[in-house]
Design a protein around this ligand. Structure first.
Ligand code: ACO
Length: 324
């Protein structure tokens, strides 16, 4: 057993300035505000400006998380960026963010688990920290999904948006951390379902970036069961119970999925943090964006037990339990 635990020091989020409402979308494809709101809970999404890249969004979120932590880039020695929409095929967006933060030390890399990326990134950083290899990590989820959407496909283009969120995770000795820290993690993928949600391009296949394709109702069917099982696994691993959870901070894909998972797990609705109305599905950015919103407005307080979860392309899914 490690003598260390990873503790959340600060959280930050960033949404690009430009807003695209459901009514705006209704002028572009055959849809309505009523359909989108009733089926998904989404009211609007934010779209990155021309020349504004995933690394720019991630850098702002990272700076806000550092500010919340009372730290500077000098205090960080690891950057893990979860993204499915990197600035370039390579180098890693993490190294671009490292440069934009003015960091000339430490290490950074990207991690690809689509919408579940942030949960996988927390798990990855946690493992590096508790092993004692790094001291403080910036764990970032940053996406510009607007750039891989087929804007003529009403079944997908209404769902997604751009944004970034970040968390500073710090290695602490268990006796200093008390009960705080990452408590339980559960990760899963199953490539048999890779064709339910994918991008139809890539460097090795088409030499193009490609567009997002999704069999939405099939993904929906898998989401509720798989997320619920994952949550039960991470809660069990932590030696805790569902009733111990103070805040449920899920991947913000669809309000109906959020509510169905909460109901299945017996989580009271007022414990569910929902920001999906404000920004739609921002993939790997959605969990840290929701966590930042609930931290900034004072709902999530130090010592609270927070459950994060997500499912997305792969299929890949997972959950983590963190006492913040
Ligand atoms: N406006 C109006 N009608 C629409 C729209 C739209 N924007 N999109 C689809 N429809 C129509 C369909 O054409 C269909 O019409 P039909 O009955 O005449 O054929 C009807 O609405 C119902 O379509 P469904 O796909 O069955 O609708 P559903 O209730 O499943 O809602 C949705 C669709 C919102 C996509 C839902 O399935 C969903 O949220 N799925 C999960 C997506 C998700 O969680 N992804 C997470 C991972 S994302 C990632 O990893 C990148």
């Amino acid at each position: 057993m490690s003598e260390f635990v990873s503790v959340v020091r600060g959280v930050g989020g960033y949404l690009p300035e430009r807003v695209l409402s459901n009514d705006d979308l209704a002028k572009m494809v055959d849809t309505t505000d009523e359909w989108i709101a009733a089926r998904t809970g989404i009211r609007k999404r934010h779209i990155a400006a021309d020349g504004e890249f995933t690394s720019d969004l991630g850098t702002i979120a990272a700076k806000r998380a550092l500010e919340a932590a009372g730290l500077t880039p000098n205090d960080i020695d690891l950057i893990v960026v979860a993204t499915a929409t990197p600035d370039h095929t390579f180098p890693a967006t993490a190294t671009i963010i490292q440069q934009k933060l003015g960091m000339t030390h430490g290490a950074g890399f990207d991690l690809q688990a689509v919408c579940s990326g942030f949960v996988f990134a927390i798990a990855t950083a946690d493992n590096f920290l508790v092993r004692g290899q790094f001291e403080r990590a910036l764990v970032i989820g940053a996406e510009t999904f607007s750039r891989i959407l087929d804007w003529s496909d009403r079944s997908t283009c209404v769902l997604f948006g751009d944004g970034a969120g970040a968390v500073v995770l710090e290695r602490q000795e268990k006796k200093k951390a008390g009960d705080r820290g990452v408590k339980g993690i559960h990760l899963r993928t199953d490539g048999r379902y890779k064709d339910l949600l994918f991008v139809d391009g890539g460097p090795s296949t088409t030499q193009t970036v490609g567009k997002l394709r999704m069999v939405g109702n099939q993904v929906f069917k898998h989401a509720v069961g798989k997320i619920s099982e994952s949550v039960l696994a991470s809660v069990k691993q932590a030696g805790l119970e569902i009733k111990d959870i103070d805040w449920f901070v899920p991947h913000q894909a669809n309000q109906r999925i959020l509510s169905a998972v909460a109901e299945r797990l017996g989580l009271e609705e007022h414990k569910v943090v929902s920001t999906v109305a404000e920004h739609g599905n921002t993939s790997a950015a959605s969990v840290p964006l929701a966590l930042a919103a609930a931290t900034d407005d004072g709902r999530v307080k130090p010592g609270d037990l927070v459950l994060i979860e997500a499912i997305g392309g792969g299929l890949a899914w997972g959950s983590a339990l963190i006492r913040v």
